[in-house]
Design a protein around this ligand. Sequence first.
Ligand code: NAD
Ligand code: UD1
Length: 332
Amino acid sequence: MNILVTGGAGYIGSHTCIALIEAGHSVVVIDNLRNSSKYSIESIKRITNQDISFCKIDVSDKSAVERIFEKNSFDGVIHLAGLKAVGDSVIKPLEYYENNLMSTLSILNACQKFNVNRFVFSSSATVYGENKSPFTETMVLMPTTNPYGETKVMCERILTDIAKTNQAFSVSILRYFNPIGAHESGLIGESPTGIPNNLMPYITQVAKGKHPFLNIFGNHYPTTDGTGERDYIHVMDLAEGHVAAMEQMTEGVHIYNLGTGRGTTVLELVKAFEQATGITIPFKISVQRQGDIASCYADVSKAQRQLQWSAKRDLIGMCRDAWRFEQNYQEV
Ligand code: NAD
Ligand code: UD1
């Protein structure tokens, strides 16, 4: 298939392009490089030994998007372009609603106009809010605590409404849990700008000596050791989940959790990183982060059953690959 990947220069998008190409598909990437660089496109070419077509445009720009649809014949779209920093979204709600909603509407307009009927959307476990883990796709969604999460809930609703009026339109909504790690080549990975908000990039930066210690946000949660519990998934497993969703697409809207189904606490992840790398991570226990929940992990049985997909890589591999990328990574 010929697949358009929006946000394909980003963390999840670049790994998804590799997985698509490895599965025999061809790829066109749209990205405005707001949170990424052309380096990841070059790396995708280097890793796969294949050329890919890259268009530096804003997905919200309807006419620019339509021009790309005019020039190409797409079998499907994987829509990952979006802003994703939770804290930032609280400070700049308008920017988040505008970017994440307008880009989704724009790409959906083009799909309707050019009759492209396979659509994969990147949603997030954040839509489950304060439901109790393991999260299942049928749970009633709880309000999220930030504009970023709200944009995901709204996009899910938009897609569901469109599918109701267009019987040919097939949508897979993928609710990601916590992607970490990097492609095993060490050439692409997660490279947050500024001080990382998320746990794994913070750990790798402590290991590199950029920060003296890790702040663990609270140790009084109702979990095995009191620290927050999450479902960490290797980004290449997540990427392969997109390929499965695109290949197994059937009419209507289908929602899938992409996780491992296993909860790992902060302390367990620190231990796994130390075991994988031989590097000690100093830490201090600090106050809980506002908006954090105790436990977040997936029920993954639906994706296993319907997509014949499941995460294969273990926690040690995720830590090793994250560290390999961090060591190679030079800030631009
Ligand atoms: P990322 O920031 O690395 O990638 C997103 C890409 O989209 C970037 O390359 C950015 O430049 C591009 N982009 C943003 N707005 C754009 C626009 N209007 N036009 C064109 N390009 C635009 O983030 P990621 O981690 O790869 O996340 C990809 C998607 O998955 C996002 O929608 C994010 O909300 C969602 N998601 C991510 C996580 C996670 O933990 N990383 C979890 C759940 C959901
Ligand atoms: C964050 C986002 C969430 C998003 C998800 C994946 C917030 C409030 N939530 O969730 O919306 O879907 O990323 O992108 O930002 N931790 C520390 N020290 C740190 C960093 C994190 O102890 O320096 C802890 C957290 O309290 C949490 C765990 O590590 O228990 C994982 O945190 P993080 O990587 O930020 O992911 P989420 O909290 O799941």
